[in-house]
Write a protein that binds this ligand. Structure first.
Ligand code: NAI
Length: 459
């Protein structure tokens, strides 16, 4: 009998397993593929490794702007992808070591929930049955591939975030369906290494709910670098290597690619591991289709002793949300006071320049009827940014509540905002006001000073 069984070894599952093991719980973790889940094996880590190679190439190509002559910089596609494999392998090994150090029993195989009785929950895996007092479900999500007419016939051209990471040759032409986070990160990578990229997006803007002005600026940066954007364009079919879409005037258009990346969102994994044997309740979309396991703020499902964390809740599909949700579940099991809050979850897009945001955008604040002031300053107000970003674009925006002058949201474009946004997360999490945040001393010279500088524009 284990104190806790966890299904899924991604950033929800393995972080929870590590925390629970360290707190003295006996833990069994089931993983049918590789430890680390989508994030480590076919998501966050491999893409950031590729994007860093692209960044190095970008630096080499623009080195003369910094007084450095570089000749003959070239892309070695196979080597870039081989390095990505090495990084992933090293980090998967790291997770394995963490599990060992925390005393977690890792079982490699597909787990099947059999049911629950007075003693606990029974799970079958690899011809054995395991029993646990608590269960945490962290089975993640998978890429949505809509049933476009002609999809089957185009199987050798269509890729998702998974297959694109296993390409052996560089496509000359890449069409990306969906200008969300995955679409834009791959657009960035392939554009940098010389592939011609077309992004077909059905909404009027890229990057979905991210700040409108910043999304527009990022789009302009990439348009200038040669990426073609077809906005308000809905894909209707695939014809061989060609994407068929309807433009805003209702005209049928076509664009061909050596590869076609489908990045139109992800769906929670809710089937194939016996959820129905427990009667776990799901949240449904307006059409009545289950989209995620229903949880409360302590990550409890409707079944006592059964918790869920990460993409499987269908709510905030981000690795760092999953890890925090896993921690909340473990703390609840341990009887520690904790609850999940979503108002200070950062979102980062690792393009070059990077984009990062946390809290309310001006658009969201106005939708919610919150009276706010939007402060903004170009990144060039930070000396370090100017020193390190020749001709670099950047912007910092702070959304401030009018009544209490509390920080409600921070949105940035410019490197390295992925490494600065947590300061804003802390301010929002701690409900800091502009005057309280102004009193914090930021190191000089750093790009992060832009956050403080922007606050001083409040009249
Ligand atoms: P997404 O939801 O971010 O974007 C999908 C886009 O596809 C939307 O803009 C949507 O309007 C568009 N779309 C849908 N159907 C379409 C059609 N028929 N024709 C044209 N456009 C269409 O989803 P994405 O990029 O696949 O990412 C999935 C999840 O993974 C997200 O939750 C994201 O947050 C997460 N993720 C996070 C990353 C990060 O934090 N850096 C990196 C990669 C993924």
């Amino acid at each position: 009998m284990f104190d806790l069984a966890i299904i899924g070894g991604g950033p929800g599952g393995y972080v929870a397993a590590g925390r629970a093991g360290a707190a003295g719980l006996s833990v069994v973790l089931f993983e049918k593929k590789d430890l680390g889940g989508v994030c480590l094996n076919e998501g966050c880590i491999p893409t950031k490794t590729l994007l860093y190679s692209a960044k190095v190439f970008d630096y080499a190509n623009h080195a003369d702007q910094y007084g450095i002559q570089v000749e003959g910089a070239a892309v070695d596609f196979a080597k870039i992808f081989k390095r990505k494999e090495k990084v992933v392998k090293k980090l998967v090994g790291g997770v394995k070591a963490q599990m060992k150090a925390a005393g977690v029993e890792v079982v490699h195989g597909a787990a099947l929930i059999l049911g629950r009785d007075a003693e606990g929950i029974s799970i079958a895996c690899e011809d054995a049955t395991f029993k646990a007092r608590n269960l945490l479900i962290c089975t993640g999500s998978e890429a949505v591939v809509p049933p476009f007419p002609g999809l089957k016939e185009a199987a050798d051209v269509i890729v998702t975030n998974r297959e694109i990471l296993a390409l052996e040759t560089q496509p000359a032409e890449l069409v990306i369906i969906g200008g969300g986070v995955i679409g834009m990160e791959f657009a960035s990578f392939f554009n940098s290494i010389g592939t011609h990229v077309t992004v077909v997006e059905m909404l009027p803007k890229i990057l979905g709910p991210m700040d409108g002005q910043i999304s527009e600026k990022l789009q302009a940066v990439y348009a200038k670098r040669g990426v073609d954007f077809c906005l308000r364009c809905k894909v209707t079919a695939i014809e061989g290597d060609t994407v068929v879409y309807e433009d805003p005037e209702g005209k049928t258009c076509r664009v061909r690619g050596d590869k076609i990346l489908v990045s139109v969102g992800r769906r929670a994994n809710l089937q194939g591991y016996g959820l129905e044997n427990l009667g776990v309740e799901c949240v449904c979309n307006p059409a009545g289709r289950p989209v995620g396991i229903k949880v409360d703020e302590k990550m409890r499902t409707n079944i006592p002793g059964v918790f869920a964390a990460g993409d499987v809740t269908g709510f905030s599909m981000l690795a760092h949300t999953a890890s925090r949700e896993g921690e909340v579940a473990v703390n609840t099991i341990l009887g520690r006071e904790d609850r999940m809050r979503y108002n200070a979850i950062p979102g980062v897009v690792y393009t070059n320049p990077e984009v990062a945001g946390v809290g309310l955008t001006p658009e969201e604040a106005s939708r919610k009827g919150i009276d706010c002031t939007v402060l903004e300053l170009p990144m060039a107000y930070a000396g370090r940014f100017v020193a390190e970003n020749e001709r670099g674009e950047g912007l910092c925006k702070v959304v401030v509540g009018k009544k209490y002058q509390e920080v409600l949201g921070v949105h940035m474009m410019g490197n390295p905002c992925s490494e600065m946004i947590h300061a804003a997360c802390m301010a929002i999490e701690q409900e800091m006001t502009v005057s309280q945040l102004k009193e914090v001393v930021f190191p000089h010279p750093t790009v992060s000073e832009i956050l403080k500088e922007t606050l001083f524009t409040l009249k």
